[in-house]
Design a protein around this ligand. Sequence first.
Ligand code: PSU
Ligand code: MN
Length: 303
Amino acid sequence: MIENYITYSDEVKDAKLAGKPIVALESTIISHGMPYPQNVQMAKEVEEIIRTNGAVPATIAILEGKIKIGLSEEELEYLATSREIEKASRRDIPYLAAKKKNGATTVAATMICAQLAGIEVFVTGGIGGVHREAETTMDISADLQELAKTNVAVVCAGAKSILDIGLTMEYLETHGVPVVGYQTDLLPAFYTRTSPYGVNFRLDSAEEAADFIRVKWELGLKGGLVIANPIPEEDAMEESFINEIIGTALKEAKQKQITGKKVTPFLLGRVKELTEGKSLVANISLVKNNARVGAAIAVHLTK
Ligand code: PSU
Ligand code: MN
């Protein structure tokens, strides 16, 4: 029975019973995406933004083998500080659950857990994607396959240019995953508001986004979608500056022969160091911005 594997916080349990809008949040971004203490501060502030905007936050992780939907402050702190938390994607869930271990869920794993919990909207920073040189490394994030099959809308700031954004768009197209631009015609590239790639569809309000999501699933079209919301202007980074730094980080990852699930955390960490923390400021700003939009969409979906 699936219930044996899932535990809800009281806040989320009550919200489910009352039919309130709920927004899922991932935990890899806390454990492997940002340094302490900014990671836990960000996690708490994002939860608060979701509450202020009329929805209930459900940060998701695997703790002692249980899928936790909604975390306490202590649990957030633990995820932010412990070094013994695995980065958990789809393939890792059964291992962590069977061995009663701890895992911070990626976009893919958070989507799976959100769907199990009946949560339709999920807010994060950026999704994984097709890495540069994937034609030889085969490094394609499991997030993309999850978007193809799991019914959760993912609000993010687009794809980071540590990835091959063009190939990521092609992959999503092949799998029938709509990429919606939230008040934008161009796909945002995480640190920057634009990229050379267009989105599939532009929608200008949370209400329109909620309609799109509802119609997709009512038509029985399985799978998620990407709602790409550009970083606020004031925190966006200069494109040539950030791209040069990403280039350096990518070169280092290659030299050090970093592979598998270590690639993304390594690149994020190096970009943060090389920008002297500026990328972290941008990262936090964009997640908060996504929380506002995600909460608004969740509110409209429950109407
Ligand atoms: N992009 C970010 N910050 C993150 C991640 C991606 O800007 O923390 C995390 C997300 O959890 C995402 C995961 O699902 O990295 C992708 O990892 P991989 O490329 O190994 O699939
Ligand atoms: Mn990978």
